[in-house]
Design a protein around this ligand. Structure first.
Ligand code: ZN
Length: 280
């Protein structure tokens, strides 16, 4: 079932659950995370980041993900991750994305608010949900010039008053592209932000966050977290092992089988951690 994310992320933020947004790059990982979500009867957010958008035309991604969404009973949201221009957002909405993230986090607050309001106006016409980012969540492997700027609670309050998005990504201690699971979240900052905003919060770079912090996060307003690296590692490691142990196998359909299972297993583990009960 194709949906936007607003209802499901809002519900998760009110209850002790989190909806995972998974960065996917094509059929194999999208299929695997949907199968994982089905085992929990849970919603899933398929996210296209800038690498994915460069790799595959937006119109092709949306056609593929839409057909997967329409062939399952669980809610599937198709989300554009970290769009920095209104043009890209316009293109994604026209193509059929049900949710977009406008990332104006590198801009001055006024400009970030102004652009986000413009995205909200456009998205409302198409029933598309909107995520914005305030504060800057750095990358471990690039953009070294982007310093880590944690989200200021007072600015978050001001932002949401003027740009009431469906979900707000905040910088509270996580980093993008972490392979080691060693990041600790700033819970004091999270509760200070929560006291000033009434929309669901989002944490990016969640692969690197320690599991102990997840339990503490469940009762908070965090309703969505983004996971990319954990899936990429699972797929890549299983793929390398398959190629190494089957040097004469050239059929990619066969080679993809175990990597897809590995992605599904990681996604299922996340659903368990995020407060979802496995069916059967
Ligand atoms: Zn991100």
């Amino acid at each position: 079932m194709l949906v936007n994310m607003s209802e499901y992320v809002a519900e998760a933020s009110r209850t002790e659950r989190i909806v995972p947004g998974f960065n996917v790059f094509g059929y194999e990982d999208a299929y695997a995370v949907i199968r994982a979500a089905e085992r929990f009867g849970a919603p899933v957010i398929l996210m296209s980041n800038s690498d994915a958008v460069e790799h595959m035309e937006i119109s092709s991604s949306v056609a593929l993900y839409k057909s997967l969404a329409e062939s399952t009973e669980i809610p599937v949201c198709i989300h554009l991750d970290h769009a920095k221009t209104l043009e890209l957002i316009q293109k994604a909405i026209k193509a059929g994305y049900t949710s977009v993230m406008y990332d104006g986090s590198a801009l001055p607050l006024e400009e970030n608010i102004g652009n986000t309001v413009r995205v909200l106006d456009l998205a409302a016409k198409f029933n598309v949900s909107v995520e914005a980012e305030l504060g800057s969540i750095p990358y471990t492997d690039r953009n070294a010039e982007i310093e880590s700027i944690l989200t200021t609670p007072a600015e978050a309050g001001e932002f949401i008053k003027r740009a009431p998005v469906d979900a707000l990504a905040v910088a509270v201690g996580s980093l993008h592209r972490m392979q080691a699971q060693t990041a600790r979240l700033d819970f004091n900052r999270i509760s200070a932000i929560e006291s000033r905003v009434d929309v669901p919060l989002v944490i990016h770079g969640f692969t690197g966050v320690v599991d102990e912090d997840v339990e503490k996060l469940l009762p908070t307003k965090v309703g969505k977290v983004n996971i990319g690296t954990a899936l990429r590692l699972a797929f890549g490691k299983a793929m390398k092992a398959e190629i190494a142990s089957n040097p004469d196998e050239y059929d990619r359909v066969k080679l993809f089988k175990k990597p897809m299972d590995a992605v599904q297993a990681v996604a299922e583990n996340k659903y368990r951690l995020f407060g979802w009960d496995q069916k059967e």
